[in-house]
Write a protein that binds this ligand. Structure first.
Ligand code: WTA
Length: 652
């Protein structure tokens, strides 16, 4: 398969960008022509950002798994689709060809149907990184069930919240999973979660650890038993369900600045086209290459760039169950060497943690197969960028720094490997079809910040850098459609701050050439090891501790995680006398949200800096957590300025 929409030169990038702005509908329908449809669209695009309402390829019928699987059967049926590497380097790997993956997916569709799953039902997937996780996701897509994957590190309470919000009727999980030296007991967590939900009728359990688990009669069934039943029946129907372009493909929960995580909704056709188009162009994927994305399937990166995008492009995708530092810090390099990986896509936090082990783990690892390196999830600092470039890429691999979000579903701003110039710590230029603009605090577009209007690139330009809040002016095919069950929340969160624009929640600046550099969130969302965590969410969890009266959470710079979580906590009078242990506060967060949200630092305080209207002045707490005590600014408007001194004294 070749890609008629692959960009081959910088000039071509510029002309494609221009075409995508001048004639967006022609541009995207031209790309869509190269996908498999059951019926083509009647209308390419209909939109307004007021409601918001965005519809791409209306009237079209298709199934994303026909594009991931069926279309490759004729010419590359025996090529590896998924190469799976166990957590344990001694366990045999598994390789599934496109033909085998297709067969497994059809089989699992029948398992779902045998268990009364219907098109449109919501299915919660809580699994380790094993091929069955991809099979489960693809089987849902194939029969039109909506998957909601929950990352294996989330707590029972977080799962219950997500199951309730989406009213999932079935859960797919495993007895457990391996992560480094630890076993994660997934089924136990599901059992606990299901005590707080009323919707789930069936739980399909994959045997992975072989540990003792409880199986609830009538509810819990084994994956392998169900497969045996299908084998006895024979696969009755391999046809993929005919989906409307705008039918929901999946829900994925992500954190915002307020309230509980929201279910970001993506639909079928636009998602397929944008993830595949961006995969092929950003990584400059060439047929036959081996591609390794280290993201877990529980995150959007795992959805778009471990499973859907690469498979639609017919790529071989490496799926890794473990972690970069186990059994030693050479694990990624062993995998690259073993499978002759050509494209490696990982997170800055992983690079920084591997930097900490020095160069020894890279010794005698053959990384000569690598052609392209990528990063995602947070701004990559220059030091990590140079280390990646020198010691992994050996100065011969372009590094693509890809900026995007759960809500965008695909890469929005990034250099294209070998086509456009990378620049350390810059995401650089927008993909065709993407129209970024920076907006000042009054909601006005900053002159010189709109790629489409002001020119996407100005070679060698010197002059001013402009800065503002990053917005996108025009819909791209995989833009968030709604937040599940609450469209108004979607509008308020993303489309109400600035009229007629999608607001990303990120701040950015743009250099005179046109390169964007994303500086981080401007709202109360933290980015810890590339994971999005809302400060309000962590505060709510801390406040569930019976001895806690109030808390305030901010981020601070962390060498490896990018941002660490700093919690200021006020205790009730009794617990102070009882000498409450900080770890019990941390344990509450682990229980309510999961270990990814556990505070790195907890400081007990007697008060918080508040304005007279009772609002916590986070700016002051942030400065204290960052150690910038002399930059607190004006504190005279606080009800009790003395509390600031006390907090400064007690800083950890
Ligand atoms: C941040 C992950 C700078 C950003 C795909 C965004 C980045 C949030 C980059 C989305 C990057 C992601 N440079 N910042 N290359 N990539 N971010 O939804 O703050 O988990 O808003 O999606 O991560 O995180 P999410």
């Amino acid at each position: 398969m070749s890609f008629p929409y692959q960009i081959h030169s910088f000039e071509e990038y510029l002309s494609e960008y221009k075409k995508s702005i001048d004639q967006p509908e022609n541009f995207w329908s031209g790309i869509a022509e190269h996908f498999t449809w059951k019926k083509k669209w009647d209308k390419v695009l209909e939109w307004n950002f007021k409601e918001p309402r965005v519809r791409w390829f209306q009237g079209a019928k298709m199934n994303i798994t026909e594009n991931c699987l069926d279309r490759h059967l004729a010419d590359k049926g025996d090529h590896p689709a998924i190469i799976w590497e166990s957590n344990d380097p001694k366990e045999k790997n598994r390789i599934l060809s496109f033909k085998e993956l297709h067969e497994e997916v059809c089989r699992f569709v029948q398992v779902l149907k045998n268990n009364s799953v219907k098109k449109g039902d919501r299915i919660c997937i809580y699994m380790p990184m094993v091929p069955e996780a991809a099979i489960a996701v693809l089987a849902c897509a194939r029969m039109g069930a909506i998957h909601s994957v929950v990352f294996g590190g989330y707590s029972a309470q977080s799962i219950a919240d997500r199951i309730n919000d989406a009213q999932c009727s079935l859960v797919i999980t495993a007895d457990g999973g391996h992560r480094g030296s630890k076993d994660i007991l997934l089924k136990d967590t599901i059992d606990e979660a299901l005590q707080n939900t009323g919707h789930v009728k069936k739980v399909i359990v994959l045997k992975r650890l072989g540990n003792e688990i409880s199986m609830k009669e009538g509810r819990d069934i084994w994956w392998h038993d169900e497969i045996k039943k299908v084998d006895a029946q024979g696969i009755k129907d391999r046809t993929a369900e005919s989906m409307d372009a705008e039918d929901i493909l999946f829900i994925l929960y992500t954190s915002g600045s307020t309230g509980k995580p929201k279910g970001v909704v993506h639909t079928n056709a636009g998602y397929m086209i944008f993830t595949t188009y961006s995969f092929v162009n950003v990584f400059q994927y060439q047929p036959g290459q081996v591609y390794f994305c280290t993201a877990d399937i529980g995150w959007i990166t795992g959805h778009s760039y471990t499973v859907y995008g690469p498979l639609c492009a017919g790529a071989t995708t490496v799926m890794f169950e473990g972690i970069p530092s186990w059994p030693d810090a050479g694990r990624f390099w062993d995998i690259v060497d073993k499978y002759k990986v050509n494209i490696l896509y990982t997170a800055p936090t992983a690079i920084r943690s591997l930097m900490g082990y020095g160069l020894e783990p890279l010794k005698n690892k053959d990384l000569s197969s690598l052609k392209v390196l990528g990063t995602v999830g947070e701004p990559i600092n220059e030091e990590a960028w140079h280390w990646y470039d020198e010691h992994v890429g050996k100065h011969k691999c372009p590094i693509v720094d890809t900026w995007w979000q759960t809500e965008t579903a695909g890469i929005m701003i990034s250099n294209l490997a070998g086509i456009s110039q990378g620049k350390p710590a810059f995401a650089t230029l927008p993909l065709p079809g993407v129209r970024p603009v920076l907006v000042d605090e009054n909601g006005h577009a900053v002159p010189g910040s709109d790629a489409a209007k002001d020119g996407v690139f100005h070679k060698g330009a010197t002059g001013a850098t402009v800065t503002g809040n990053l917005c996108i002016r025009f819909p791209w095919p995989s833009i968030i459609r709604t937040t599940y069950g609450d469209h108004e929340r979607c509008r308020l969160n993303y489309f109400a701050t600035y009229p007629d624009m999608y607001f990303t929640g990120d701040g950015a600046f743009r250099d005179a050439e046109g390169n964007y550099r994303i500086t981080g969130r401007v709202d109360d969302v933290l980015n810890v090891s590339g994971h999005r965590i809302g400060t309000a969410e962590v505060e709510n969890a801390i406040n569930m501790h019976p001895d806690v009266v109030e808390s305030a959470v901010v981020g601070y710079p962390h060498d490896i995680k990018g941002q660490g979580i700093y919690a200021f906590v006020i205790l009730g009078s009794e617990s102070k006398e009882n000498n409450l242990d900080k770890s019990s506060v941390a344990a509450t967060v682990t229980k309510i949200i999961g270990s990814i949200a556990k505070p790195d630092k907890i400081q007990f305080v007697t008060g918080l800096p508040k304005t007279r209207s009772g609002k916590i002045m986070r700016r002051i707490l942030r400065k204290i957590a960052e150690g910038e005590m002399d930059k607190l600014g004006d504190i005279s408007t606080l009800t009790d300025p003395a509390v600031v001194e006390e907090i400064k004294m007690g800083k950890i």
